[in-house]
Design a protein around this ligand. Structure first.
Ligand SMILES: [Zn+2]
Ligand SMILES: [Zn+2]
Length: 212
């Protein structure tokens, strides 16, 4: 059984997810911690729960979802994993920061491993199926666990909304088609944990999302 812990970090109120199972192996998804207090909140949770963090996964490479990568690299010795299309299309985090008017110094950790749709990521006794859901960014991924019935969906879909498509490589029609194909086709009760805002589930979004 996977425990899903969420944190809300940085200027953009990004949801960072830390998943672990009974083996205490853990996976970080979209580590957005930025201020010292945020780094401590995360590392204290890891220590208190005696977790071993084995993967740092990125749903996509927008700035708000990678702020904490340098901290994770320094603390747990991990490099981020993401889709190649984002790495090749999006400006560096430093350049994204400039465009958003952020003055702070941003350190970048190069991608350690490219991941693709339909790949399975294993940790402890658990696994996550990677699904490519492009449109918010060209390489946006979601991480689906069938057994416990949830998916970490990044900025593809939110509670009654969908991701913006006006940033690098975004495409509205591609996003809507990918959401219908890869997310709304999951079992109705599947919990969706988005990159911003509260969790939802497939049936709720099928019935009530005005963008779909
Ligand atoms: Zn995004
Ligand atoms: Zn975001």
């Amino acid at each position: 059984m996977i425990t899903v812990k969420s944190f809300e970090f940085n200027y953009f109120s990004v949801n960072t997810y830390l998943l672990h199972d009974e083996t205490r192996e853990a996976v970080l998804i979209d580590c957005g911690c930025f201020r010292k207090e945020e780094e401590l909140e995360l590392s204290n949770y890891v220590i208190a729960n005696k977790l071993t963090v084995t993967h740092l996964l990125c749903t996509h490479l927008h700035l708000d979802h990678v702020f904490g990568n340098e901290f994770v690299n320094r603390t747990y010795g991990l490099k981020p994993q993401a889709h190649k299309a984002d790495a090749e299309t999006l400006p560096s985090p430093q350049e994204q920061a400039k465009l958003f008017g952020i003055q702070d110094k941003i350190q970048t950790i190069p991608i350690g491993k490219y991941i693709v749709g339909n790949e399975i990521i294993k940790f402890g006794n658990s696994e996550l199926l990677v699904l490519l859901v492009p449109g918010h960014s060209p390489g946006s991924l979601i991480f689906y666990n069938k057994k416990d019935g949830f998916a970490i969906v990044g900025d593809a879909i939110f509670n009654r909304s969908i991701g913006r498509t006006d940033l690098w490589g975004g495409n509205h029609d591609v996003l809507v088609a990918a959401i219908k194909d890869k997310i709304l086709s999951l079992p109705d009760e599947t919990i969706l944990y988005p990159g911003h805002g509260p969790a939802t589930n497939v049936i709720e979004e099928n019935l009530n999302n005005p963008f779909l």
